[in-house]
Ligand binder design. Structure first.
Ligand code: BEZ
Length: 259
């Protein structure tokens, strides 16, 4: 799983839309009062806490200790555990696994392992409901950022996984899931903090992959990216937008599958 250097406080104060949008997944998850749920990649726990009101029990797991610390500080009644989706090793079985804005952080090569781990964590008939970045997610921002990297003579670092429906559907089916539903849709999203919106977004989601650069170079990358997007539909009335594309899926562990 790809390592990011998270700032949990900024995540909650400046990027809360990431987990707030996850709340829409409730209509796909259709939680029941008796459900025991695993939130895969719970981050600061806000989405876990939202789901917790609808179910009997929910556990949040995340590979980032910083994010988990914030989750535990915010929501003391929910169990949060440090675990990586690529190495779940769970003994407990869940009625559903839910995941918001996480799977794009995992390399393409590891996606099948993660899907198999999720299947293994489910009871037969259990469901996997997820939303993450889909094909061409944040394409305009990434292209502008890549132009800035070239201009500053810096090599690109890290890749995200933004699949099409058929690419991710094949992974789910290869893992053994009954793949029932998928949607890929654009969700242009206003970034918080007006003129600083894009800079904040780059600092949270992209620049952590470039820890080794000086603050001056990071600032140049931000200014270059902003300059190449200033005349586009991502900057309107002094507000920045991200060209998000989401993929949403629902898949079931076959009822006849071994536990
Ligand atoms: C996303 O949530 O779509 C995202 C996260 C990190 C980088 C790019 C996009």
């Amino acid at each position: 799983m790809r390592k990011n250097y998270w700032n949990p406080t900024d995540y909650v104060t400046k990027h809360s839309f990431v987990y707030e949008y996850g709340n829409d997944l409730i209509s796909l998850l259709k939680p029941k009062k008796t459900d025991v749920i695993l939130d895969l990649g719970c981050g600061t726990g806000n989405f876990t806490q939202y789901i917790s009101q609808y179910v009997s029990k929910i556990i949040g797991i995340d590979s980032s200790l910083e994010m988990l610390e914030k989750a535990k500080e915010q929501f003391q009644d929910i169990p949060f555990i440090n675990k990586d989706a690529t190495n779940l090793g769970y003994f407990e079985k869940f009625d559903a696994v839910v995941s918001n804005a996480v799977l794009h952080w995992i390399n393409e090569k590891e996606q099948l392992t993660v899907a198999k781990n999720v299947l293994n964590a489910l009871i037969p008939g259990g469901r996997f409901v997820a939303e993450f970045g889909g094909f061409r997610n944040c394409d305009k921002i990434f292209k502008a950022f890549e132009r800035a990297l070239v201009k500053c003579g810096i090599e690109k670092s890290g890749e995200f996984y933004f699949p099409t429906i058929s690419q991710y559907g094949a992974i789910l089916e290869n893992a053994g899931f009954d793949f029932k539903y998928a949607a890929l849709f654009e969700r242009k999203t206003k970034l918080s903090d007006a003129q600083n919106g894009l800079a904040n977004w780059l600092k949270m989601f992209t620049l952590p992959q470039y820890q080794y650069l000086s603050d001056n170079i990071k600032e140049s990358l931000i200014r270059e990216t902003e300059n190449s997007l200033k005349e586009t539909e991502l900057f309107i009335d002094n507000e920045w937008y991200a060209d998000y594309v989401r993929i949403r899926i629902c898949a079931y562990k076959p009822k006849g599958a071994a536990e």
